[in-house]
Design a protein around this ligand. Structure first.
Ligand code: GLU
Length: 431
């Protein structure tokens, strides 16, 4: 939570009392540094430089000059949640953790998930004028700790919120595995209102944090007519727009850039201009009220995603088909290939009733196992083409499909049926 901490600098009392988050210049031992004053629990001044790094400077050696007062919104003490305003839509914010709900622990320097949905709301006052909010903390975890059973609980929570009258739902989530959760919710939920996942690549204490802009753009989408599960994140390198990605077509494509999220094999649904919050559509989408609320929350979590690498022996495929796994996605090369050594192993798996779905490590493009002999042999061994699905989406879809049916032909048919925008029109020509 943001508090006000004064740096008491007795030797410069006549000059100023700097507050945390003010922009300052510090001269110390012949060097000069500019940055944002950060909270410190030691005898050193902590300064966040423009490049995002923190440095510590001993107080008794520092000369400090105020360059700019912090933005007022950061200085405000945490206040009570705003009273509900009748004319505004009702949005539910479900928080699960991640960087958007995190702050720096100044004892350890680590980023921890400590903010609840309410804290996010208080820290971003612009949200107040856009909607009335109900906040629920579902998890407080980093998203690498998500698991299929959590997707199910989250889908149930979203379903409950919509059933109880929410006009839209925002889910705050760590960015690392947001695409898996987005895909899982896309398959499990049929929604008459927007369901928006949002995160941030940089924590709230950093001057370059994307948390406020992403959250505001998410609220714009949650109150719009886009009734789909989607991901709203920074679209470019400046603070000028967010993209609205379909939940089954999005992938985190960079470890640290704010515009890390991209739509793959599809155009984004649209973009939200910032700060105007105007939504521009880039492709067609399901409209508010078009679908009735429904929840299909059965999943078969015991599915695996295996990557084929040049020269790999196939032991991983052998292991998974003999260890109780109910479905396997193989991320092959190019159009969806593995070495000829793997083909009998695929046959073993499919003969044992374990569906094997081929995807491609190219990421962009479509699997087509009808072009080369290898691909044709893979199909003869019983594999299912994952078409233009991302490997992660194919894995989540396979879990979901196996939650609906175990019948092999039906599994294949469902994997080839577009459920939630995950498949686009095929250009793979069968012979
Ligand atoms: N690894 C964490 C997560 O995915 C932090 C990354 C983030 O939120 O951007 O939750």
């Amino acid at each position: 939570m943001l508090g006000i901490v004064f740096y008491h600098l007795p030797q410069f009392k006549d000059i100023m009392q700097a507050e945390i988050y003010d922009k300052v210049r510090i001269e110390s031992e012949g060097a000069s540094y500019e940055g944002t004053l950060m909270p410190s629990q030691t005898d050193s001044i902590v300064l966040k430089l423009k490049n995002g790094y923190n440095i510590g400077i001993r107080k008794n050696k520092a000369r400090i000059t105020l360059l700019e007062k912090k933005e007022e919104k950061m200085a405000q003490p945490v206040s009570a949640l705003p009273k509900k305003k009748k004319v505004l839509p009702n949005i539910s914010i479900l928080s699960t953790g991640g960087t958007i709900a995190s702050k720096i622990d100044y004892r350890t320097g680590a980023v921890t998930s400590q903010f609840s949905a309410e804290d996010i709301l208080r820290a971003i006052p612009e949200l107040e004028e856009m909607a009335n909010y109900n906040c629920r903390m579902i998890y407080s975890i980093l998203s690498e700790n998500m698991k299929p059973s959590y997707w199910v609980e989250l889908a149930r929570a979203v379903y409950e919120e919509i059933k109880n009258g929410a006009d839209g739902v925002i889910i705050t989530h760590g960015t690392d595995t947001m695409m898996y959760t987005a895909a899982a919710l896309s398959f499990m939920l049929e929604t008459p209102v927007p369901v928006v996942l949002v995160g941030s690549q940089r924590s709230a204490d950093r001057p370059s944090s994307d948390n406020a802009m992403n959250a505001i753009c998410a609220a714009a989408v949650a109150t719009s007519d886009i009734a789909e599960v989607c991901v709203v994140m920074h679209g470019g390198t400046s603070d000028d727009f967010c993209y609205i990605h379909r939940g089954t077509k999005v992938r985190k494509m960079h470890t640290s850039r704010r515009d890390a999220f991209q739509s793959i094999n599809a155009r984004p649904i649209g973009k939200v201009e910032y700060p105007s919050r105007e939504i521009k559509k880039l492709s067609s989408h399901v409209k508010r009220g078009e679908k009735r609320l429904a929840l299909h929350d059965k999943l078969e979590p015991k599915c695996a995603l295996i990557k084929y690498a040049t020269g790999a022996s196939g032991e991983s495929l052998l292991f998974h088909s003999g260890s109780g796994y109910k479905g396997i996605v193989v991320e092959g090369t190019g159009l969806g290939h593995v070495s000829t050594e793997w083909i009998p192993l695929i046959r073993n798996a499919t003969d044992a009733g374990i569906p094997v779905v081929m995807t491609s490590q190219c990421i962009n493009g479509r699997v087509c196992d009808r072009v080369y002999d290898t691909g044709r042999d893979i199909l003869k061994a019983g594999a299912i083409e994952g078409e233009d699905m991302l490997s992660e989406v194919a894995l989540v879809k396979l879990m979901w499909v196996l939650g609906q049916t175990q019948e092999n032909d039906k599994v294949k048919e469902m994997m080839h049926t577009n459920i939630a925008g995950e498949l686009t029109r095929s250009t793979c020509i069968s012979s």
